[in-house]
Design a protein around this ligand. Structure first.
Ligand code: PEP
Length: 256
């Protein structure tokens, strides 16, 4: 590896698995990651639904599995009259380390750049790390404005922040047309966009901070496609939806 960054492979379970099913899956993962340990330089995070967070956290702690706990979103306020919401402080109390912010499935339901920025404020206030999702639509790619869109989303979320906070962020490049569709971006397109992301991070926070940021790719990653996708010099892991719900597939991606 020509850079010091840990590869981060994150499982986004979305709105799948009740707490009994989640326990079954985390136990299957615990068995696999104990038997054939996670390769050096690789880190894994699991992002279950809120209803399973405490149980998944307790299980990975009890089983001593080297998996970080993640959440799929949070509210930007610390407390208040926000029925149905979960605050960053509540997640931090469960020892959550990573929180996804700005997933396209939430942006599509009205989560604006401003809301994403305020969520990231809350994530940092509680000393957790955001996984900021950025990505273009199929139409934006065809019109040749994919990079511009991604740079604008990055700047909206991260500009004006101290370099050490930007350094702690993870960016997930997720072209919308590849999420849950079975269509994967080509390794070259992924490598090029991840390099553009690193370049934008340099502009926003300087070379040193930008070099620390992990940049993931997300969009129909499978055990068959992961190796080639990871070959880009600025690609530091994956955010995985569908394939993360299957212990065999997910551990094949992690273990390689
Ligand atoms: C995602 O939900 O972030 C994702 C990349 O999903 P999938 O792997 O199913 O495309």
């Amino acid at each position: 590896m020509d850079h010091p960054r840990m590869t981060l492979i994150s499982a986004n379970w979305k709105m799948h698995l009740n707490h009994i099913e989640a326990l079954e899956l985390v136990q299957q993962l615990a068995e696999r990651f104990r038997a054939s340990t996670i390769p050096a330089g690789r880190e894994v995070s699991i992002h279950p639904p809120f209803t399973c967070l405490a149980m998944v956290g307790a299980t990975i702690a009890a089983e001593r599995v080297p998996i970080s706990l993640g959440a799929q979103t949070c509210h930007y306020a610390d407390a208040g009259a926000h029925t149905g919401e979960v605050s960053a402080g509540m997640l931090a109390a469960l020892k959550v380390r990573y929180v996804i912010a700005g997933h396209s499935e939430r942006r599509a339901r009205g989560e604006t750049d401003q809301v994403v920025r305020e969520k990231i404020d809350a994530i940092y206030r509680h000393t957790m790390q955001p996984i900021l999702c950025v990505g273009e639509t199929a139409d934006e790619r065809h019109r040749g404005v994919a990079e511009e869109k991604v740079r604008q989303q990055l700047a909206a979320a991260l500009s004006g922040r101290p370099a050490e906070l930007v350094a702690a962020a993870v960016i997930a490049y997720e072209p919308l047309w590849a999420i849950g569709t079975g269509a994967t971006a080509s390794p070259d397109d992924v490598a090029n966009m991840c390099s553009a992301i690193r370049d934008e991070l340099e502009r926003v926070a300087g070379t040193h901070a930008a070099a620390m940021v992990r940049i993931q790719y997300g969009g129909s990653v499978t055990a068959e496609t992961c190796e080639a996708l990871l070959s880009g010099k600025d690609v530091d892991g994956f955010l995985i939806g569908g394939a993360s719900l299957d212990a065999e597939q997910f551990s094949a991606i992690v273990i390689g």
